[in-house]
Design a protein around this ligand. Structure first.
Ligand code: SF4
Length: 1019
């Protein structure tokens, strides 16, 4: 019996004929042996369901090419042992190592350890084995290709040596075996090959061998286009190959009239013809252009939800076809979750996309990276661990976060221990507990001694659980150790459902395969760090599949839709660059090599044929969509295929959905959408349901806030315009209020920052970073300067001051990490030398024949020192006084008894006259006034800021100050008093509107975390 090829156009009944012929075979009394070969598992499930629906399936096997091959090999004396994936992975690692040692990796040597390179080799080897490539090729000159093929050859030799087989080779082996022993299949009645367009060389050979063995083989192929279009090119090539292998094959044309509803037939018949006819628009065909890919997805899923909910269609009868598994599936999943539409994706998901899997890697990395703060806290917070056995409470992550900021702790188990011990020794009294409140409930304060002790104890237990054995061990040992660890930390027992999940099965299988490879390939010895990075790579490259589920809406790539039919089909992504896809040559296996070796070409993927097949998959309705803008708002041209289809309908029949298109509220597919449309189109919804009413009111409120945020000028209650002083700031109503210069400056710089800091009292907890921060530097240098001047026998004499510098600096530097709470880095020693230089230059720079230092760190309004009282001239008010406190870094005196004040600053910015005029730097004149008025030092004739990093005086000098009639220190003081009056008036009027400071917002403004006016600045 010759090979029969059934040729028919797309949707012309090939699969129906297959079903009919199988049923005809089964209708006889004899027991038959029939095989049906299909391209993928989803189609296997679908065909099996259809056949079962029509009666018994006895004697019928339905599967993929490897399935039939395994049956043939089982009958023969060949018993190939198929290598598990992990074994292949290990062989790939091994051969890369060998080639690297031999120096034959060429330019690939530099990327040999990258997980991406190993993954790439797996893909290339898989393509080569599927194509039955044996390594016999004419001379190859491309050096990179030579390296890849050299690696592939070693890979095959190693497999042969071990007597294992790459599962992709099984089809080739079965074909070879059948050529020698055709008797294995003599009792078979029929083999049907359906749904393919292209065959790999081993598949083609197996078809021919089956036919030559006397089995009736029927292959269905698409073709026979009466319009002479190039939509069946691939199938025609496959037919030519079959004909050249078996010239006697019988071609049976099945007809060319697609079984499609009239409008879809019209679309299909007009596709790619010279003179397309306009078709009459029917609701079963929709062409829709949306303003973004997300909107396309929403339109498609809304339409499917309507089919399912209102027209009672079965979800499994609906399919969404997408160009690939990258761009649209995440959007589809997210909108489907919102709409409540069940979706099924047939392709594999990498294990690393599962949160529980990523947690394992994080857990193991804790030891490798020595308990870095963020990673450790994230692991503790994970809901997939149960650490109650070692007394960790669920809230301990928050508590340890507080500890890490206090410490500070950036990383290092020893550092965690040190800080917890410090807290254990300090007696921090527990806060007053409310009735019924547990110690556990106060998670925002530093832990008490008892809690610190418990945390330390738990951390030590956790660290010993995570601590791996030292040295190199084989992989089976590490797998066992890991399993034990996962049990101890509650990962395994945490969820009983784990046992049923597909990813868990895959993970268990990966671990088993690792152990098998240990036995089969010899001990795979690794140290702990190697084991962790190996496991990480395996989790990256291993995937798991959802079980085929025909009760859900099927999401398929265009290519996967061949051979399947659905009632309702939606096709997404008909924009230039999305589909057809831009085809690129494979840089590792070039086109000419692919053609010669029988691999699929990259540049001629027949996308037009794939697309034609896609539009003929629907039995009832077809929806085609395109985005006219990308997610980033860039214009997208329509796909050429869209243009062809659009030519067949009137322009008015193409739907356009713009962001402003008015929608009917009853078309909303989710509550979120309903409320969104209601607000957007100003169409009120009447809610009887109290919960919905509450949601609606919340949204209304949020809309008001959003409008305030979007206004150009800040105003109103959502923008700090409170109209009256809130209770938290009542004290400013009093006639006498206590201030510091920096508080005044804060209001002047940004009233909302003042409100955040002094009314809300928000203090941002610092995220620990290694090394010192600029504010720590300022405090340390201030302290050293104060101490050396005080210690000097004659502070006016530079050498006398400098003599004390090394010793005092050494003492303060040594205690600094503990006192100022920072974690020294390797740079700390060098930094001390740099700071010593700064201090020397400061002492030298401030030395003067005229001025003698007379006071350091001089307080006013603090520690029983008199404050500075400034009476204000408020309209209609008498007796209002601003009381100020502060610390003057240094006071100098000259021989005439005149005074100058000096304020040290770490940075160099904002020390100019204009900062005084704008009111954002008020300190110096206030200190001058305090020195004279509060502390009685005498007449102040000068003053300046000293920049430690800049090693120079500020350009603002009180002696030279002049602005209009305001001159010298007294002129500067008068300007400051005017600013203070404005500040007080603003506060009393409840004006806390945000104001971005000139140069941007400071990084230390706590409000920047939520302030919508935030503009990052350079401070
Ligand atoms: S982020 Fe900027 S505008 Fe907002 S409060 Fe802070 S300083 Fe003001």
């Amino acid at each position: 019996m010759p090979l029969q090829v059934l040729i028919a156009g797309a949707a012309c009944g090939k699969t129906t004929e297959v079903l009919r012929s199988i049923r005809a075979e089964l209708s006889t009394a004899e027991l038959k042996k029939i095989w049906v070969l299909l391209p993928d598992s989803r189609q296997v499930t679908s065909l099996r369901t259809k056949l079962i629906g029509g009666g018994n399936l006895l004697g019928v096997s339905i599967g993929l090419f490897p399935d039939i091959s395994k049956e043939i090999l089982l009958k023969s004396d060949q018993h190939p042992i198929l290598a598990p994936n992990m074994m292949l992975h290990r062989i790939v690692l091994e051969i890369v190592q060998v080639h690297s040692q031999q120096g034959t990796l060429g330019e690939l040597e530099v990327i040999k350890d990258k997980p991406g390179f190993i993954q790439l080799l797996h893909q290339k080897f898989s393509e080569l084995t599927q194509a039955g490539f044996t390594g016999e090729m004419p001379e190859i000159t491309d050096p990179q290709l030579q390296v890849i093929l050299g690696l592939f050859q070693t890979y095959q030799e190693r497999l042969d040596q071990l007597q294992w087989m790459d599962p992709n080779q099984v089809v080739q082996l079965a074909a070879t075996e059948l050529a020698v022993n055709p008797r294995w299949v003599r009792d078979w009645d029929l083999v049907v090959v359906d749904g393919f367009e292209r065959f790999t060389p081993p598949q083609l050979e197996l078809i021919c061998r089956l036919s030559e063995s006397g089995v009736r083989v029927r292959v269905t192929l698409a073709g026979n286009d009466t319009h002479g279009r190039v939509i069946y090119r691939r199938a025609e090539e496959s037919l030519e190959k079959l004909q050249s292998a078996i010239p006697s094959l019988e071609v049976i044309p099945l007809g060319d009239q697609p079984h499609l509803p009239t409008p879809i037939l019209g679309i299909a018949n007009n596709f790619l013809v010279d003179h397309p006819q306009k078709i009459e628009k029917q609701p079963d065909v929709r062409l829709l252009a949306a303003h973004s890919p997300l909107q396309e997805v929403r339109e498609v899923l809304r339409s499917i939800k309507e089919l399912v909910r209102i027209k009672h269609s079965f979800p499994g009868d609906c399919a969404i076809l997408v160009p690939d598994e990258v761009q649209y599936p995440p959007l589809l999943q997210s909108v489907a979750d919102e709409y409540g539409v069940p979706l099924h994706f047939p392709w594999g998901t990498p294990l690393q996309e599962v949160a529980q899997m990523r947690l394992i890697v994080d857990l193991l990395r804790l030891e490798v990276e020595d308990f870095p703060r963020r990673l450790f806290l994230d692991v503790l917070r994970s809901p997939y661990l149960n650490l109650s056995e070692i007394d960790f409470l669920p809230s301990d992550a928050a508590r340890l976060e507080r500890v890490s900021r206090y410490g500070p702790v950036v990383a290092g188990f020893e550092n965690w221990k040190k800080v917890l011990r410090r807290l254990e020794e300090q007696v921090i009294s527990p806060k007053q507990k409310r009735a019924g409140e547990e110690e556990d409930e106060d998670i925002y304060s530093l832990p008490t001694a008892d809690t610190s002790r418990r945390l330390l104890d738990s951390m030590q237990k956790f660290a010993s659980q995570l601590h791996p054995p030292l040295g190199q061990r084989n992989i089976s040992f590490w797998v066992g150790w890991l399993w034990q660890l996962l049990r101890e930390v509650g990962w395994l027992s945490g969820a009983n459902t784990l046992q049923e999940s597909l990813w868990f099965d895959r993970f268990s299988q990966v671990l088993r395969e690792m152990c098998i490879s240990d036995q089969a390939l010899g001990q795979w010895t690794l140290d702990y760090a190697q084991f962790v990075s190996e496991l990480e790579m395996v989790i990256q490259i291993s995937t798991f599949h959802q079980k085929p589920d025909d009760k859900k809406v099927q999401v398929l790539r265009f290519l996967d839709a061949r051979g399947s039919r659905f009632e309702h089909v939606a096709i997404l992504g008909l924009a230039e660059g999305i589909f057809p896809k831009t085809q690129r040559e494979d840089p590792f296996l070039p086109e000419d090599f692919r053609a010669a070796a029988g691999l699929e070409l990259r540049l001629e993927q027949d996308q037009i044929g794939v697309f034609y097949q896609a539009i003929t998959r629907a039995n009832a309705t077809l929806m085609l969509t395109r985005p006219y803008m990308s997610d980033k708002g860039e214009a997208l041209e329509p796909s050429p295929y869209w243009m062809i289809l659009a030519a067949a309908v009137e322009e008015r029949d193409i739907e356009f959905v713009r962001s402003t298109t008015r929608r009917e509220l009853n078309a909303a597919a989710s509550l979120e959408e309903l409320l969104f449309w209601s607000r957007l189109f100003n169409q009120p919804v009447q809610f009887d349901d109290l919960r919905l009413l509450e949601v609606s009111n919340t949204l209304k409120h949020q809309q008001e806030v959003l409008s305030a945020r979007q206004a150009k000028m800040p105003s109103g209650e959502y923008e700090g315009g409170l109209a009256q002083l809130p209770t938290a700031l009542e004290k400013y109503k009093r006639a006498r209020t206590n201030w510091s210069a920096s508080r005044l400056e804060t209001y002047k710089s940004c009233p909302l920052r003042f409100w955040t800091q002094h009314a809300l009292e928000v203090t941002e907890h610092r995220i620990p970073a290694v090394g010192t921060q600029s504010f720590q530097m300022g405090s340390i240098l201030h302290q050293i300067l104060e101490d050396v001047y005080r210690a000097a026998e004659n502070p006016a004499e530079v050498s006398s001051v400098l003599n004390h510098l090394p010793e005092i600096a050494k003492r303060i530097f040594a205690a600094a990490p503990e006192i100022y709470q920072f974690e020294p880095t390797a740079y700390w020693q060098t930094q001390q030398q740099e700071w010593l230089l700064i201090l020397e230059q400061t002492i030298n720079g401030l030395a003067s024949d005229e001025w003698v230092p007379v006071a350091f760190e001089q307080k006013f309004g603090l520690d029983d020192q008199p404050p500075l009282d400034i009476p204000l001239d408020f309209p209609g008010e008498y007796g209002r006084v601003v009381r100020l406190h502060g610390v003057i870094d240094r006071v100098d005196q000259n021989s005439q008894g005149e005074i100058r004040v000096i304020d040290y600053k770490t940075g160099m910015g904002h020390l100019d006259k204009k900062d005084l005029l704008e009111g954002t730097r008020l300190q110096l004149p206030l200190y001058a006034l305090a020195a004279r008025q509060a502390l009685g030092f005498g007449e102040v004739t000068d003053g300046f800021y000293w920049s430690l990093n800049g090693k120079k005086e500020s350009s603002l000098k009180l002696r030279n100050f002049q602005e209009n009639d305001f001159k010298g220190p007294s002129g500067a003081i008068q300007i400051v008093i005017q600013h203070i009056e404005q500040i007080l008036l603003g506060i009393l009027a409840g004006d806390f509107r945000p104001q971005v400071p000139i140069g941007g917002c400071p990084s230390y403004c706590a409000a920047r975390l939520w302030c919508w006016r935030f503009q990052p600045g350079r401070f």
